[in-house]
Design a protein around this ligand. Structure first.
Ligand code: SAM
Length: 337
């Protein structure tokens, strides 16, 4: 039983370990226009829209979070760009007092049409997921995607000034472990950050995923064997999960997100709001607190602040993959990464 009271800490969220939580990832939908092999089963059934947070509910919960010191929002999914009204949502979230940045993680498929309106609505940055530069492999991993759409999306993002551009690649053994070289090579000519993410085991697909994990050290060796040494970039912000490196003469950065082999829980400042209104306290643990039910039951703003702050206080230290504890209640696509 926690003795935490929101009145003790009215404007800054902390957990019981003293971590300052000021970053909320908001999943706008569990639906996606791709079916990436490591993210969701092929026959996934998406939730009925009425069970998901409505626009006004998202705005209320972000207002609650902002009143407690959250200043950074990242919109994710599913695929955030498939949510109807996403541009207005960005504009309205950005207008909430206290919110300094609104960013998005997306597969980029719809960015050719949406990059400019999103930028005009106040979006500050996008991370685009792209796991291979080979159109066939890209289709195999995403089970349906067209790589050209992503390229057009990246061009649109650059034209709209949504920079710096970050590209996310989940490295999956047998699918794209060799493609990391071509992706890292992009940083020679482009001022982009290409980030290699270790596959994380989740939900129903965990068995498959565990066998497919490629440690960052292996990815790094493969890139260095082909492109030369990667030198650490000084001044790494401990709250950024990606450890930054640079190839000789490169304009951009190669980052490694090693959630499995080198966890960074100590620097974690994140909370996650699932599309069905649960506050997820750690990506890789099943601990969640329902915010939608009290909201729909008529809880007032102060009560919601108290529920939110108490939940945040109970954020677990970190994942327990080494103890073989795998979060099974949801797929990654239902949390948002
Ligand atoms: N649809 C958007 C996208 O593709 O970026 C946003 C949602 S997706 C769940 C967010 C990020 O999680 C993506 O970069 C994706 O590659 C990554 N991801 C999904 N499943 C993962 C897993 N099992 N392990 C590691 N990263 C994963």
């Amino acid at each position: 039983m926690t003795t935490f009271s929101v009145h003790e800490s009215p404007t800054a969220l902390h957990d019981s370990y003293g971590r300052h939580l000021h970053y909320l990832r908001v999943s706008l939908t569990d639906a996606c226009n791709l079916r990436c092999i490591y993210c969701m089963p092929e026959d996934i059934v998406f939730r009925p829209p009425a069970t998901l947070l409505q626009d006004d509910e998202i705005l209320t919960l972000v207002r609650v979070a902002a009143s407690l010191g959250v200043d950074k929002i990242r919109l994710t999914g599913g695929e955030p760009t498939v949510r109807r009204g996403v541009v207005d949502l960005v504009r309205n979230i950005k207008a909430i007092p206290g919110i300094k940045t609104v960013a998005m993680t997306t597969n980029g498929i719809k960015l050719a049409e949406l990059a400019r309106p999103l930028a005009e609505a106040g979006l500050s940055a996008v991370n685009i997921s792209v796991d291979s530069l080979d159109p066939e492999k890209f289709r195999r991993i995403t089970r349906r995607g067209n790589l050209n759409d992503v390229w057009r999306g990246i061009e649109a993002v650059a034209a709209a000034g949504l920079t710096p551009i970050k590209l996310n690649c989940v490295v999956t053994r047998g699918f794209n472990d060799e493609d990391v070289v071509d992706l890292a090579r992009l940083t020679l000519d482009h001022p982009w950050e290409v980030r290699f993410i270790e596959l994380m085991p989740f939900g129903g697909t965990a068995g498959f995923q565990q066998e497919q994990i490629v440690p960052s050290a292996e990815t790094r060796r493969r890139i260095e064997a082909a492109l030369g040494p990667l030198t650490p970039v000084p001044g790494h912000n401990g709250h950024d999960p990606a450890r930054p490196y640079r190839l000789a003469g490169a304009r951009g950065i190669v980052g490694f997100i090693s959630s499995v082999t080198e966890p960074f829980c100590e620097g974690c400042t994140r909370l996650r709001l699932t599309a069905d209104g649960k506050l997820r306290l750690c990506l890789l643990r099943d601990d969640e607190v329902d915010l939608l039910a009290p909201l729909r039951a008529g809880a007032d703003f102060e009560t919601m602040r108290q529920i939110f702050a108490e939940a945040a206080y109970r954020k677990p230290w970190g994942h327990r993959l080494e103890q073989n504890e795998i979060a099974r209640s949801r797929e990654m696509s239902q949390i948002g990464g």
